[in-house]
Design a protein around this ligand. Structure first.
Ligand SMILES: CC(C)(COP(=O)(O)OP(=O)(O)OC[C@H]1O[C@@H](n2cnc3c(N)ncnc32)[C@H](O)[C@@H]1OP(=O)(O)O)[C@@H](O)C(=O)NCCC(=O)NCCSC(=O)CCC(=O)O
Ligand SMILES: N[C@@H](CCO)C(=O)O
Length: 315
């Protein structure tokens, strides 16, 4: 969270130069504080596990976050009991009149399907359009990132023959960006997907900025120039054993999956996986929640315009 210091203390200039977030007495005196409203649209096959993973990271900040869970349809879910869905999830029609400080759209196991083959493709396009008017910041994870790049920025993905599964090294390619505060120059993150984006197309897009990428798996963190949409082309929310679960699942289904890379000790699936992305994942979500949700969202979500948000570069 920001340090509050006297308006003209020399440290203010020094720390600002170092990209440390300081808040002047004036701004601090005028900052109203309230709990954040965050909506999670959960498309993942194991919804309870995904809820737990995301809530674990959202809870790791000093901010109070009120979370609503949303489902894309009210039909039975293959791996989540209906009474759980009915008890804890809302349908889009129930919340579409509300505004949220943040929206997280999860991944989905649909990377081998054309978007038009996804039964809820029309609905999720409607929700992505709605989010641009009703949510201060949207975080798109994995499949949702590919869907967002296509629907909002007309960028197409490529579906690979082999699933990209494993833990890969990334490097930050931008400096002085609030989302990357505290990041190491290089860090690890899990990927589990069939689709990939062209790094060059993302770099060339006038409305997008690539923040971090990997030599092996390409773009990972991409943000819109207006700071409203953050695309995470991976699964930082995964627990240590999630990739192992997916690998065993696909093995049992006779799908001959490739061994997740850089994951099991000595690449031996009988040995424990190495969890080396959790500090990155927690810092990523904490920075998103602080700098792109909490610091930018209007105090009165229902009466103040979300469209009037000033991107970081202009502040
Ligand atoms: C992932 C699994 C194992 C899951 O198989 P299951 O039999 O358990 O379920 P499933 O029938 O595939 O359905 C999983 C979820 O997707 C939904 N689903 C399936 N087909 C759908 C369609 N056409 N439109 C909308 N939703 C669809 C189901 O409703 C369910 O969600 P609900 O529970 O909500 O009803 C399978 O899909 C599979 O093919 N595995 C091997 C290949 C793989 O790893 N696929 C994932 C690649 S990784 C990926 O796709 C990430 C994105 C990307 O690559 O870009
Ligand atoms: N990779 C996940 C789906 C969401 O990315 C899986 O294999 O189930």
């Amino acid at each position: 969270m920001p340090v509050r210091i006297p308006d003209h203390l020399p440290a203010a200039e020094i720390l600002t130069e170092e990209n440390i977030f300081v808040m002047s007495e004036t701004r601090a005196a005028n900052q109203d504080i309230r709990p954040m409203k965050v909506l999670i649209l959960n498309l993942m096959p194991n919804k309870i596990e995904t809820e737990t993973q995301l809530l674990r990271m959202l809870s790791n900040t000093p901010l109070q976050v009120n979370v609503d869970l949303m489902r894309i349809h009210d039909k039975a879910s293959k791996h989540t009991p209906m009474d759980h869905m009915n008890a804890f999830y809302r349908d889009f029609d129930e919340i579409s009149e509300q505004n949220y400080d943040g929206l997280i759209i999860t991944g989905a196991p649909l990377g081998q399907l054309d978007f038009t083959e996804v039964s809820y493709w029309g609905k999720i396009q409607q929700i992505m359009d709605w989010s641009q008017q009703h949510c201060t910041s949207v975080l798109f994870l994995c499949w949702a990132a590919h869907a967002g790049f296509y629907h909002l920025y007309d960028l197409k993905r490529r579906i690979m023959d082999e699933k990209r599964s494993g833990v890969f090294e990334h490097e930050r390619v931008q400096q002085h960006v609030p989302l990357l505060r505290g990041f190491d120059d290089r860090f690890f993150a899990p990927h589990s997907r069939y689709a990939e984006m062209s790094l060059q197309e993302l770099q060339d897009h006038p409305e997008l900025t690539v923040l971090a990428s990997s030599k092996e798996v390409g773009a990972y963190l991409v943000i819109s120039k207006d700071n409203r949409n953050l695309f995470v082309i991976g699964h930082p929310e995964y627990q240590r054993d999630t990739l192992a679960f997916e690998y065993e699942r696909d093995l049992s289904a006779g799908l001959q999956p490739t061994l997740p890379k850089n994951y099991f000790s000595n690449d031996d699936p009988s040995q424990a996986p190495i969890g080396r992305w959790h500090s990155h994942a927690n810092l990523l979500i904490s920075n998103w929640l602080n700098y792109y949700v909490y610091q930018l969202t209007p105090y009165n979500l229902e009466t103040e315009s979300i469209q009037g948000i000033t991107p970081w570069e202009e502040q």
